[in-house]
Design a protein around this ligand. Structure first.
Ligand SMILES: NC(=O)c1ccc[n+]([C@@H]2O[C@H](COP(=O)([O-])OP(=O)(O)OC[C@H]3O[C@@H](n4cnc5c(N)ncnc54)[C@H](O)[C@@H]3O)[C@@H](O)[C@H]2O)c1
Ligand SMILES: [Zn+2]
Ligand SMILES: [Zn+2]
Length: 362
């Protein structure tokens, strides 16, 4: 079938709305008519980073829409269902069966290769491949192909324009707090880089009653957004981060989360922890991080990463929706909607800190 996608023609190019052909549905596939697609920093980073031979490419991994067709092998999803799309996992390997679907042994093949497992692409143009299958969805498209494992069915009353980002950015921040750190109220959490991921982490920590929350970000608009969750702002351009964080946390933070992927920031985050504190480095883009080895040796600190906040989207997405409906995890104000024709403006606005989470409407 014909559909319209936001195609990136070559590395670093803007998005361009273009007619593409969507391949016939396979037995294990789900056809989704998109209602809304969130933009995550990962889309913006990878469209400037993937090798030239992976273009033209359709990104988008925070899709939300309505199921239009299901292949005969798909169970649990019906035509007309509302779905939030997330990342793929095989649900059969050792990591998946142990519940750690973010660390699926097939993750690279299922989420990042630009094609199906058999090498075919779901999108094409005049017979030539257009790479897609990003997170098993490539949902910056009016219609996209997804799978039972990455379609989370949500109630038809749920506003898809609000929950599209639950599939990646919001799930990652919240999951890092709920699954990885699980802080107590007397703990302190410092988030370095409070975009969509960092703010979702703060919203989750506030729900858990964590009393000391700190947001380090050079953008005043982002520190203001963090204040909504009770976080004290620190401006790294005018304050000495390690000293200030230690002061605010009574000697050092129990927990840190980095979303900047800036090596110096990760090092400051490590140095700002108390002994036995844990830092989770979530950002994408750095090749290496500098570790303060002397500090590490003396303190038993943990520096680790997390894929999607160690979440299983089939559990985390409904959990976050339930919390949100109960008046907790209040991330709705972080969303700004744009008609999809304004996608490049949305990119410019999020990079400038004018908005936190752009959601494109189809
Ligand atoms: N690990 C995962 O599974 C996962 C999932 C989603 C996103 N990500 C990654 O997480 C990161 C954050 O994504 P996002 O959508 O929230 O991005 P974003 O661009 O909205 O947020 C990044 C924030 O970092 C701030 N920043 C820049 N320099 C800083 C500095 N020196 N000190 C402190 N803050 C600084 C920016 O002002 C911005 O507010 C990206 O790298 C993205 O690719 C990872
Ligand atoms: Zn697996
Ligand atoms: Zn993402």
């Amino acid at each position: 079938m014909r559909t319209t996608a936001a195609v990136v023609e070559k590395q670093g190019a803007d998005f361009a709305l273009t007619e593409v052909d969507l391949d016939a549905l396979r037995a294990d596939e789900v056809l989704v008519r998109m209602v809304a697609t969130g933009l995550c920093h990962t889309d913006i980073h990878l469209k400037g980073f993937l090798p030239e031979e992976m273009f033209p490419n359709v990104f988008g991994h925070e899709g939300a829409g309505v199921v239009e067709a299901v292949g005969p092998d798909v169970t649990g999803i019906e035509v007309g269902d509302q779905v939030v799309l997330s990342f793929r996992s095989c649900r059969a390997c050792a990591e998946c069966t142990a519940g750690h679907v973010g660390y699926c042994e097939q993750s690279l093949l299922l989420n990042y290769m630009g094609m199906r497992m058999d090498g075919s692409t779901t999108y094409s143009r005049e017979g030539a491949p257009v790479f897609g299958s990003f997170f098993g969805q490539s949902s910056l498209s009016a219609h996209a192909i997804a799978y039972a494992d990455n379609c989370v069915v949500v109630d038809r009353s749920v506003d898809l324009t609000k929950v599209a980002p639950y599939g990646c950015g919001f799930q990652t921040g919240a999951g890092t707090v709920f699954n990885v750190l699980d802080p107590e109220p007397e703990d302190s959490l410092v988030v370095y880089g409070v975009g969509a991921v960092g703010l979702a982490a703060l919203a989750a920590a506030r729900h858990l009653g964590v009393r000391t929350l700190v947001a380090v970000d050079p953008m005043a608009s982002r520190r203001e957004a963090a204040a909504r969750y009770g976080a004290i702002g620190v401006d790294p351009t005018t304050e000495t981060v390690v000293d200030r964080v230690k002061e605010l946390t009574g000697g050092g933070a129990s927990y840190g989360i980095d979303t900047t992927a800036i090596s110096d920031v990760v090092k400051q985050a490590q140095q700002s922890l108390r002994a036995r504190g844990t830092l989770v480095a979530l950002g994408l883009g750095a090749e290496e991080y500098a570790v303060d080895a002397i500090d590490l040796l003396q303190t038993g600190k943990v520096i680790r990463s997390s894929v999607e906040g160690d979440s299983d989207p089939q559990q985390m997405v409904p959990r976050l929706i339930e919390l949100n409906q109960a008046g907790e995890f209040d991330v709705d104000p972080l969303v700004t909607t744009y008609p999809v024709a304004e996608i490049n403006q949305a990119v410019a606005d999020v990079l400038a800190g004018k908005v936190v989470k752009p959601v494109l409407l189809w």
